[in-house]
Design a protein around this ligand. Structure first.
Ligand code: SAM
Length: 255
């Protein structure tokens, strides 16, 4: 078993504005592609919810899937007979890669409860190595256990719009609906295992499609939070081969 190196490896970024490997537009486009594919994959489950949404949202999917009009029972049955893929298969079909949490060769897109820097996080933070500190002081608690899990579940239940979820809480279980929600399990690089991914902060735009919010694995701690929801994605720094373990750099200095 390897241990943390004596000297911490540091990632140095010259300026905050340059701390992005890919553009926010590319992050958004990628997330939309995956979330939409996940949504369509379970469309028969989603259609009941869709009927309650405003007409522009409904018509978007009637155009895409004319065979699956919610009022057409026969065709709905036909859809149910179609193969439904596993979320990780959808990821592979959409982006050409898949990712799984597995036992590390050492041991273990950012997800969790988002705290603004003035919000109380003391008890949740005790002995919690999953807290990610953003450049502006916003904290993201990606711990799937204990008080962190209770807080996330509670905020997630609070923000539902009737049957429509505004966030994904399946990352707290073994049945992930969003296969990208594994970022917090990535281990720190060392002098022997270089980082192959890096963290990139991303603010979810408020105009994000309402029916796809159910795949966002983050939630604001404060119900009245007006700011866009902060997320963190991991971006590959080079081509990553099949079976390779991911390593990020926990310590980034921006000056
Ligand atoms: C954010 S968690 C990472 C996820 C963790 N591996 C897991 O699956 O629970 C951070 C913890 O992972 C472990 N860790 C991360 N990088 C490590 C490394 N290079 N060597 C040993 N342990 C590491 C440490 O216990 C650290 O407190």
């Amino acid at each position: 078993m390897e241990t943390f190196p004596i000297f911490r490896t540091l990632r140095h970024v010259p300026e905050e504005s340059k701390d992005k490997v890919i553009s926010d537009e590319d992050v958004l486009e990628t997330l939309l592609k995956v979330f939409q594919a996940l949504f369509l994959n379970e469309f028969s489950k989603q259609s009941a919810i869709l009927t309650m949404l405003p007409e522009p949202v409904k018509s978007k999917y009637q155009d895409l899937l004319p065979m699956q009009h919610p009022r057409d029972n026969l065709l709905e049955t036909k859809h149910e007979q179609q193969n439904i893929f596993k979320p990780e298969e959808i990821l592979y079909k959409t982006l050409g890669f898949s990712i799984t949490r597995a036992t590390s060769s050492l041991i273990s897109a950012g997800r969790g409860t988002v705290y603004q820097k003035y919000e109380p996080v003391f008890f949740q933070s005790i002995g919690n190595p999953f807290i990610f500190r953003c450049v502006d002081g916003v904290l993201i608690d990606g711990n799937d256990k204990g008080i962190s899990k209770v807080v996330y579940r509670s905020c997630s239940g609070r923000d539902r719009l009737g049957p429509l979820k505004m966030s994904d809480s399946t990352w707290l279980t073994s049945e992930l609906h969003n296969p990208l929600a594994v970022g917090q399990y990535v281990n720190n690089c060392s002098n022997y295992r270089a980082a192959n991914v890096c963290y990139q902060e991303f603010d979810m735009p408020t105009i994000f499609p309402i029916e796809l919010k159910q795949y966002i694995p983050n939630i604001a701690y404060n119900y009245n939070e007006q700011r866009p929801l902060r997320c963190v994605v991991l971006v590959a720094l080079r081509d990553i081969n099949q079976g390779e373990e991911l390593f990020s750099n926990y310590y980034t200095i921006i000056s």
